[in-house]
Each structure stands twice: as C-alpha cells, then as structure tokens.
Ligand binder design. Structure first.
Ligand SMILES: N[C@@H](CCC(=O)N[C@@H](CS)C(=O)NCC(=O)O)C(=O)O
Length: 311
C-alpha cells in the first residue's frame, strides 16, 4: 500500500539525475517512496502518468506529476521548506549553477563513459538511446571524442576544487550542502560508478573535490519504502491534483488558462506532452490531462529547457 501524502520517485538505481533527487531526500530527511522503472522504453506504468514524457526521474505527489529534476527539486523545497536545498541568499544563483551541471558538465560525462564502456552495452539499449537523442549511438565516435571530453571534464572538476579551496568550506555554497553540491556531484557519481579508471585519473589531482564528493555521498538517501508501480498509479487515480494559483497574466506568448498546449524538452527525449494549461509562472508550466482509467492528473514542467506551444 502506498502513502498518498509522501512523494513517489519513479527512477532506476543507475540514473545520475535520479541520484540528485535521492540525495535531496536524504538532505531534507524526507520519507519517500520508490518505484523502479525500466532503463529504456517502453515504460508502460510511467508514460500514462506523464502523458508521454519518458525521461528519468519523475516525481509524483498524489495526482501531480513533476518532470525534470530542475522542477522536482524546486517542488521539494516549496512543499517541504525545512532544510532547504536552496538557501535564501542563493535563490536564482543556485539554479544557474545547477543548469551548468545538468548540461555542460553532463555532456562531458556521457562520452567519457560510453566511449570506454560502450562496446559492452546491449544493442537494445543503444537503439533506445538513439531514439532518445535523435542521433546514432556511435561508440566509435564517442571513443574518438573521449580524450577531448576528458579535458573538459577535468577542467570542470577543477572549478569544484577551486571553489572549495577558495572558501575552505566543506560544500560549494558554504558550510551546509545544497542544490549546487547535488548538481555537480551527479557527474562525479556517474563517472565513478560507470568508469572508475577515468574518475581516478581525472579526480586524483583534486583532493578537496574528491573528499567533497565523499561528503556528499554520506548524505545518503533518507527513509525510503519500495512500492509497486501499480500502487503509484492507484495513488494518482484516488487523488485530486493540487489547486494551483493560475496562469501568469504576463505569459510572453500570451498563453491563457484553458489553452491546449504542447510542452517538449529542447534537448533530448523530446516526446511532446499535450494538455490544458492550468497554471504557469516564470519557473513552471502545468498541464491538466485526463485519462479514463486515471482521472485528472496535472503534469508540471520547468520553463528553462522546455518549449511550450499553443495547440
Ligand atoms: N533534464 C532532465 C534530464 C534527465 C535525464 O537525462 N535522465 C536520463 C537518465 S539519468 C534519461 O532520461 N535517460 C533515458 C531514460 O531513462 O529513459 C532532468 O533534469 O531530469
């Protein structure tokens, strides 16, 4: 039996973006429920909830579905403001830094890893990632690019080292861990777990960064209960979406409440999600969707990194 008052994370253990959220639960000391999802399509229990969004992870709270870690982490702080991931003096700044870790830094991690381990990966996984990325999963090309991307990876790890050295603090934004640590750490965690020789080579000169990554690991994942996907679907069916405060009257494209809107990621995994606009602000956009066997759900996306189009 699932508890409808607790957050449900749809994820899989090897997902680096999910690791950010698991650590966020640990940092906040928040009890959560875990649903294991497949590492590739199809995801028959997930996509009916999201309306087509397939990326990992997805957060569910009752009949509200939050896509993308940018919004998932923001929502955790909004609903559970104790032990905030973002300190009041870093609002804005922390999200800017986090976007660097999600995009620039992550895009160096991927070829460094798959250029080394790609030959051992099952064909089905490669085909799935080709569909996700909209381009060939070319291991040879990643292998060629890996040395150049190792340069890039090292240089970004050097920023972490430099920041820790400059302040002498345990964490990137001060004495306590927060969003910026979780975001940057995802790349250390991913490389270390997926291809340790490159991690050892690239992180060895950065003793502070290495110790910092271990401190972030030590935050842990907080109290978690494993539940079945079917139990999460039941929670969505039996819950009402949270009442939202309305659509921003200053929507730049003039979107209005009740418009039918399609939201799509602007990088990869561009599966469109279609629904009725029920809430928006500069940080998020929320679409209501109905399905016969699910009732109403509201699917929420961040604005940065997603396009929203009428129709
Ligand atoms: N911007 C997204 C990126 C998420 C992402 O790239 N997740 C990877 C796994 S860590 C993914 O979706 N891989 C394909 C899949 O799981 O189907 C976020 O912050 O949540």
């Amino acid at each position: 039996m699932a508890d409808a008052s607790l957050p449900i994370l749809h994820h899989y253990p090897s997902s680096p973006f999910s690791e950010k959220v698991r650590l966020a639960f640990g940092l906040k000391g928040l009890a959560w429920q875990s649903v294991d999802i497949p590492v590739m399509m199809p995801k028959p229990d997930l996509t009916p909830l999201t309306g087509g969004y397939r990326r990992t992870p997805v957060l569910q709270i009752g009949a509200d579905i939050y896509c993308d870690t940018q919004l998932i982490l923001r929502e955790l702080d909004r609903r559970w403001p104790e032990r905030p991931l973002v300190k009041p003096e870093h609002k804005g700044l922390a999200w800017m830094v986090s976007m660097w870790a999600d995009r620039q830094f992550f895009q160096a991690s991927v070829p460094v890893i798959f250029g080394a381990i790609g030959y051992n990966i099952p064909d089905a996984f490669k085909r799935d990632r080709e569909q996700l990325m909209g381009r060939p999963f070319d291991v040879e090309q990643m292998k060629q690019a890996a040395p150049l991307l190792r340069d890039q990876w090292r240089s970004q790890a050097a920023w972490v080292e430099e920041q820790l050295a400059a302040t002498g603090r345990d964490f990137l934004a001060g004495k306590e861990p927060g969003l910026v640590d979780l975001a940057a750490h995802m790349n250390f965690w991913f490389l270390r777990g997926a291809y340790r020789p490159a991690y050892d080579q690239l992180v060895a000169p950065f003793a502070r960064a290495e110790a910092w990554a271990e401190r972030v690991d030590a935050i842990g994942h907080g109290p978690v209960t494993q539940i079945e996907a079917a139990a999460a679907v039941d929670v969505a069916r039996q819950s009402m979406p949270e009442a939202r405060s309305g659509v921003d009257p200053r929507e730049p494209q003039g979107l209005r409440a009740g418009d039918f809107v399609t939201v799509t990621a602007d990088d990869y995994g561009r599966d469109p999600v279609y629904g009725k606009l029920v809430a928006s602000d500069p940080y998020q956009i929320s679409l209501q969707r109905s399905a016969d066997d699910l009732g109403d759900v509201v699917v929420h996306f961040p604005r940065v990194g997603y396009t929203a189009r009428r129709g």
